[in-house]
Design a protein around this ligand. Sequence first.
Ligand code: THU
Length: 127
Amino acid sequence: MKEAVIKKAIAMRSRSLAPFSNYSVGAAVETESGKIIGGCNVESSSFSLTCCAERVALYSAVADGHTSFKSMAIATYNSGMPCGSCRQVIWELCSDIPIHICNEQECVKTISSKSLLPDAFDKSKLL
Ligand code: THU
C-alpha cells in the first residue's frame, strides 16, 4: 500500500548511519505478500564499503524470505534519486515497479524502475 511504504521509508532515515556524508537515506520495499521492509544507508570509514538504503532494504527483504516485490520508496531531505548501482539491483530483484521518491514529509514523485535503467543489462543477456 502506497502510504505505508512511503511512511516506512521516511521513518527509516532516523536509522541511517551516515557520519561521513551526513546524507541520511531511508528506503522501504513492499513485498508481494504486503509486508513492508525498511533499510537505511550504512557508511564505512573505508568509503567504498558503504551500503545504500535501497540495497539494505532489498537484501533484508530477501534474507526475510521474499523474492517478489510490488513497490519501493526512497526518502532523503532533498528527494534524491537512487544511484546507478541501486538502479541495477532494483531492476534485477523487482523488475518494473513504481518507485516513490520522497522528501522528509511526503512523496514528491513516482517513477517506474524500468525508466530508471533503460536497456538494462540483466540475466536475459546471460541465458
Ligand atoms: N546513498 C543511498 O543510500 N542511496 C542512494 O541511492 C544514493 C546514495 C547514500 C550512500 C551514502 O551513505 C550517502 O547516501 C551519500 O552518498
